[in-house]
Design a protein around this ligand. Structure first.
Ligand SMILES: [Zn+2]
Length: 319
């Protein structure tokens, strides 16, 4: 679907009920694909879409990966196979996890195992591994780079960290569209039918909040994200504001819990998870990313302190 002049939204299905939007920008001189979905999505969704609109992947100029996560980078190898001339890029900070599936599985998906006893298990990791077809990047970005797609059309890479360190969005000043990936994650991540799939997986709370504040100052008329409905006009600001407010709300609930009793991360996500959103209980584990971000921030601000229990897992309590 063409959502703005030259900007196509491509819906990619994965995981049974989930979907991720990739975007194809087609100018007179150059073109850019933003994200490649999971390993099966180029063959299942992206290349068929290109075929339907008469776009030859052999003419694709750039592939920009918004961030290191299985549903955004998983299709890099098959996409590069179909468009070997396209320059594959992501932010420099996300490069290690975008290029190497095992580094991503270890660094991102196993990060809660030692300190919190929370993980995906070997079967879960095998599933993630199947969805990841990585390949080397051609270049890395820092944010601020511009790409001329037509004589009168230049788009810009915008550094929007929070969900990952090196998250990038793409801004089109011509249509005032921001292809935002997961820069702003609202109050939950939805399924393909818009029902709540899981909690928002923001990670680094200070930078995430700074990103929301930056987005609020930008002239955005259309917010075209990775998992959420298109937001237009005044709804853009509301979506970003709600993304920021949700993080602060989680933080106040965590402080309330700490006033009642000390807790581990597992207890926090299970106790607060269901009252903070309508996602299936089994996905509460995905709140580990956000809540750990909140808890780290509360600890750094001196409002909580940490200790270790007998299993050597981290326990938070009020100062
Ligand atoms: Zn995603």
């Amino acid at each position: 679907m063409e959502i703005a002049p030259g900007i196509h939204q491509i819906k990619c299905l994965f995981g049974g009920t989930r979907m991720v939007f990739c975007y194809l920008l087609i100018g007179d001189h150059a073109s850019m694909l933003v994200d490649t979905g999971c390993a099966h999505n180029p063959a299942q969704d992206i290349l068929p879409y290109m075929g339907r609109i008469g776009f030859d992947p052999a003419s694709l100029t750039y592939i920009l990966i918004t961030h290191s996560d299985v549903d955004h980078q998983g299709g890099n190898l098959p996409m590069k196979d179909s468009a070997p001339q396209a320059v594959l890029m992501c932010h420099n900070l996300d490069r290690p996890w975008v290029e190497d599936a095992e580094a991503l599985i270890q660094g991102r998906y196993s990060q809660f195992e030692a300190d919190h006893g929370i993980g995906y298990g070997e079967a879960g990791k095998a599933g993630i591994r199947r969805d990841l077809a990585c390949c080397p990047l051609d270049m890395t970005l820092e944010g601020g780079e511009t790409f001329r797609l037509s004589r009168d059309w230049v788009v810009e890479a915008v550094h929007t960290p929070g969900h990952t360190w090196g998250h990038l969005a793409v801004y089109d000043p011509r249509s005032k569209t921001l292809i935002s990936g997961e820069a702003a994650m609202w109050t939950h991540i939805p399924n393909d039918d818009w029902s709540p799939a899981m909690p928002p997986t923001y990670c680094y709370v200070d930078t995430y909040i700074s990103t929301q504040e930056r987005l609020m100052t930008m002239d955005i008329n259309l917010l075209a994200s990775a998992h959420w409905p298109l937001q237009r006009g005044a709804d853009v600001l509301e979506f970003v504001r709600e993304s920021k407010n949700f993080v602060l709300h989680v933080e106040s609930r965590l402080l309330d819990l700490a006033r009642e009793r000390p807790f581990m991360l597992r207890e926090a996500i299970d106790t607060l998870g269901m009252s903070l959103g309508g996602w299936p209980q089994g996905t509460n584990q995905e709140f580990s990313y956000g809540m750990l971000g909140n808890l780290d921030r509360l600890t750094k601000r001196g409002l909580l302190r940490t200790s270790r229990n007998r299993d050597n897992h981290v326990v938070w309590s009020c100062v």
